[in-house]
Design a protein around this ligand. Sequence first.
Ligand code: ZN
Length: 259
Amino acid sequence: MSSAIDRIAEWAAQAQRGVAFTGAGISTESGIPDFRGPNGFWKRNDAAKFTFQNYVADPEHRKERWRQAVEGRSFMRSDVRPNAGHTALANLERAGAIRGVITQNIDGLHQESGSTKVLELHGTAKKIGCLDCGERWPAPVILERVVAGEDDPRCTYCGGILKSATISFGQQLPEDVVEEAHRWSLDADFFLVVGSSLVVSPANGFPIVAKRRGAKLAIVNREPTDLDDIFDEVIHDDAGPTLTAIVERLEALSPRRPL
Ligand SMILES: [Zn+2]
C-alpha cells in the first residue's frame, strides 16, 4: 500500500488542476452514519415518506421533521467535528494539489476543516431556506424558533415553507453546482475519490469524464466499488490515516509548497 500512497502523492505534487470527490465514507470517521448503509438513516426510517413533494404537501410531516431536527435525530446535528481526512483535503487544496472538493455530503465538515472551494451536490444541512423567496438562515436560527414553540416555522419575509437546504428525494440537484463539478472533472489532471461507493448519478460520471480526458485517478474507499477497474490506484482503507499519509509524502516531495 505504501507504493500506492507514493504514486498518489506524486500525482498530487504534479497536479495543476486536481480535484477531490467525497462521499459519506469520509464523514463516518466523524461519527456521522452512512445513511445508505446497513445501519443508515434510510434503514431506520420510511424513505418513501421523505420526498420533497410530501414535505411541501403535508404539514404533519414537516412538524415531525422539525421535531427530529431539534432532538438531534436528523442530519442537522451540530455535535460533529471534521476528522483527519477532511483536514488532509484542506491541506491538499492549500498546497495547490487540488482546486477544491466536490462532495455528496451535506454536513459542512469540509468548510469547517478549512477547505475553501466546496461544491455541495446535495446541498447543506447547515442552512435552512425559504422554498418561496429563497432567503436562507443558519440552521440554529430556525431551530431555536422550533424549540421556542413554532411547530411549522414559516419565512419571516414571505410566509413561505422553510426547509433544510439539502436536496431531498424528488428534488432537482442544483444545476449550477453540477455544471461546475462537470467542468472541474473535464479539466482535471488528477482526480481523487474518497469515501464514495460511486453508485449514485451524477457522482459516478465525474471520474469517468476525468479519466477520458487523461486524468490520473485514485480512490480511497473502505469497500470495493463497481468502478475500481478504471482507477489507476485503489486503496481499500479508512480515509483519515490514508490521506494523512498521502499529505506527509507530498510534503516530503514538494517542500516548495509548504502546507
Ligand atoms: Zn420567503
